[in-house]
Design a protein around this ligand. Structure first.
Ligand code: AMP
Ligand code: ZN
Length: 136
């Protein structure tokens, strides 16, 4: 299904032009218009899913396969020094466009970007409690 007022549905299906790096039956890979680094791109499914929770498992598997292929090609062609895959779900997690997408972010020495988190602290008891909550 496509969503009528969704900009990524329109881009993924070619109704709005984009700098496309790859297109197949299920996905379009485009360059991000506000790139974190040179070559920052997005994998967009052609079908609309708000986020990872809604993404069917087979599509999720295809996304990772495509991400791997793109990362290899982009790293080589752009002579990147590293690569981040980033995927945000929900406003709290930084998602601004509510159509599932995977960020492909080539990294360069001294690119000045910081993609990460502030390491926290946790006790063994807290780890045990969290583990139980998730697995039981
Ligand atoms: P997120 O914060 O994970 O939802 O990421 C949304 C990304 O989409 C951001 O990196 C934006 O720069 C990018 N973006 C938003 N609109 C467009 C557009 N029309 N074409 C390309 N990238 C876009
Ligand atoms: Zn959409």
């Amino acid at each position: 299904m496509k969503k009528a007022d969704c900009i990524f549905c329109k881009i993924a299906n070619g109704e709005i032009p984009s700098k496309t790096l790859h297109e197949d039956e299920n996905f379009r890979v485009i360059l991000d218009l506000s790139p974190a680094t040179r070559g920052h791109a997005l994998i967009l499914p052609k079908e609309h899913y708000d986020n990872l929770y809604e993404l069917p498992e087979d599509t999720a598997a295809r996304v990772m396969k495509l991400a791997k292929k793109m990362a290899v090609v982009m790293t080589e062609k752009l002579q990147a020094d590293g690569f981040n895959l980033v995927q945000n779900n929900g406003e709290t997690a930084g998602q601004t466009v509510m159509h599932f997408h995977m960020h492909l972010i080539p990294r360069y020495e001294e690119d000045g970007q910081h993609i990460g988190w502030n390491p926290g602290e946790v006790t063994q008891e807290e780890l045990e409690e969290i583990k139980k909550k998730i697995t039981e």
